[in-house]
Design a protein around this ligand. Structure first.
Ligand SMILES: Cc1cc2nc3c(=O)[nH]c(=O)nc-3n(C[C@H](O)[C@H](O)[C@H](O)COP(=O)(O)OP(=O)(O)OC[C@H]3O[C@@H](n4cnc5c(N)ncnc54)[C@H](O)[C@@H]3O)c2cc1C
Length: 495
């Protein structure tokens, strides 16, 4: 059975180098000399589709576990052209979602998932050291600041949940003074320090993972979008000028996976946008920002940032136009209104930055799920097409775990990764359009109202509070055993 994923030219090398500081502004990032595009038929044990962190980690682990496996990686534009090369560079596991993990999976599985996600930071350290990847990876703990008493209330449960699971060491509570000193915002009323977290220059990390993949013998074809997927055995992945015939396929196309009919109702696509200032070491010293200790507040449309290795302020915000029916639209890569809003938020949050020149501004699409965490599944009746998606804005470190899990599945291993709670059918089902977009718009407006009121120290009104909860679970979870229309098999098969 064939299916297509629409491509589109957003995220091209030219766009990325003109807009994204990590690529256009850091001389250490260089466009790679490439094998691609694919212009013939090749045979492979595993064909990976998508050259972001997920696909490159999957390639890394497959070659570590089975060095002789023939692995081909296809990428629509160039490796890192999606979210992996354009994110905020926060590096953390799931220590900020312990409560959600426990309520979804139970304490025992939550503990496994927490430890496995944190192990991603060690894997990043190891691969950076072994591979000599120059990407400013640094771990000084990450700051989550509460900028209102409502945000502070929302954070109180986290240290308790960490303590309850035996990892109280992962989260330290900060007083108002400590939080203000760490982020420079007079509005901070408290906060948390995620002690094992840090930051990275993401595009350089992708560049390094890509190099390691090529050195390990992976054939990387860029400018080679999958146009058609035949869910046969072997599976066939077609590109405009060639094809890959593969025993196993691993789909790591990030938000673009919403274009697959099986996943159309599981992901909603919204952008996140980022700005980068001119180098400003003195101003950042004054604010208390340290390289390796990224910043976030705790709004739903989260503000986040870091001090780069060359002393720029990188600052971003999640949110923007929803892609109708899971589509990726040009404004996900650049929305002038979002960028204006982010700069205004920055000046409000950190008045001392109002004179800082903003030199770079860009965006990128993020796939979100109702439950806020990724999962790994399989498609087709042959059980040989696997995918991992749904990071919901926290993927820099968790992609390691998903890539490791996909490697186990593609190699048919019967190990703790292949049998982890991350491997499942799509965990939820969104309403069809246009209900989804209309509902999401109403929920987002209510969240914005609640957050604006909370910022002013006011109690959010009842209607907004009620509607804002729709973000989490306005849509019914898919009953067990129910398949999405057009899905022939969502369960993983051993053969
Ligand atoms: C602006 C922004 C800021 C963010 N900040 C953070 C942060 O600070 N910390 C954090 O943890 N997470 C952050 N995230 C999320 C994080 O970047 C992602 O979760 C992570 O990079 C996902 O990696 P991926 O490999 O799954 O997807 P992607 O990096 O999106 O890679 C998917 C790749 O698949 C390719 N592709 C798509 N369709 C096809 C096709 N048909 N054929 C071939 N290839 C295809 C794409 O071109 C792309 O390169 C942010 C995201 C954005 C956009």
């Amino acid at each position: 059975m064939a299916d297509t994923i629409p491509g589109g030219s957003a995220g091209s090398a030219r766009e990325a180098q003109a807009a994204v500081y990590w690529m256009g502004g850091d001389p250490r990032w260089q466009p790679a000399s490439t094998e691609g595009p694919l212009t013939r038929t090749v045979h492979a044990d595993v064909c990976i589709v998508g050259g972001g962190f997920s696909g490159l980690w999957a390639a890394y682990w497959i070659k570590r576990l089975a060095p002789d496996a023939k692995v081909v990686l296809l990428e629509r534009e160039f490796c890192g052209s999606g979210a992996s090369g354009r994110n905020g560079g926060w590096v953390n596991g799931w220590e900020d979602s312990i409560g959600t993990l426990v309520s979804r999976f139970g304490a025992e599985s939550a503990k496994w998932l927490l430890e496995a996600s944190i192990a991603g930071t060690d894997a990043m350290r190891a691969v950076v050291a072994e591979g000599g990847i120059d990407c400013d990876l640094a771990f000084e703990g990450a700051l989550i600041a509460a900028l209102s008493y409502a945000q502070l209330d929302g954070l109180r449960g986290l240290p308790v949940a960490a303590e309850a699971i035996g990892r109280g060491d992962l989260i330290r509570e900060l007083s108002a003074e400590e939080a203000q000193e760490a982020c420079g915002s007079p509005r901070a009323v408290g906060g948390l320090l995620l002690t094992k977290a840090g930051s990275v220059q993401p595009a350089l990390f992708v560049q390094g993972l890509r190099r390691l993949a090529v050195e390990a013998g992976v054939l990387v074809y860029e400018a080679s979008p999958m146009t058609t997927l035949r869910r046969s055995h072997p599976a066939v992945v077609e590109t405009p000028a060639g094809s890959v015939v593969a025993d196993q396929v691993v789909l790591t196309c990030g938000p673009w996976l919403a274009g697959l009919r099986e996943l159309r109702r599981t992901l909603f696509i919204i952008p996140s946008h980022v700005v980068a200032s001119a180098p400003a070491a003195e101003a950042l010293d004054g604010l208390g920002w340290r390289h390796g200790r990224p910043f976030a507040d705790s709004r739903t449309s989260v503000h986040y940032g870091q001090r780069t290795g060359d002393d720029r302020l990188v600052f971003g915000r999640g949110g923007g136009r929803l892609g109708y029916a899971g589509r990726i639209i040009p404004s996900h890569f650049h929305d002038p209104a979002e960028i204006t809003g982010i700069v205004a938020d920055l000046h409000k949050l950190l008045p001392a930055t109002s004179g800082l020149p903003i030199e770079w501004a860009w965006g990128g699409p993020v796939e979100r799920t109702q439950h806020g965490s990724p999962w790994v599944g399989s498609l087709g009746s042959h059980g040989n097409v696997h995918y991992g998606t749904g990071y919901s804005g926290n993927g820099v470190c968790p992609t390691q775990l998903i890539g490791r899990t996909l490697a186990s599945m593609a190699l048919g291993l019967d190990d703790e990764y292949a049998s982890s709670p991350l491997v499942s059918a799509p965990p939820s089902c969104l309403p069809p359009e246009p209900a989804r977009s209309l509902g999401a718009r109403a929920v987002r407006a209510a969240i914005n109202r609640c957050e604006e009121q909370a910022d002013k120290g006011l109690q959010p009104d009842r209607v907004s509070r009620l509607v804002s909860r729709g973000l989490d679970f306005s849509m019914p979870k898919m009953p067990k055993g129910l398949r999405l229309p057009g899905t022939s098999c969502c369960e993983r098969r051993a053969d």
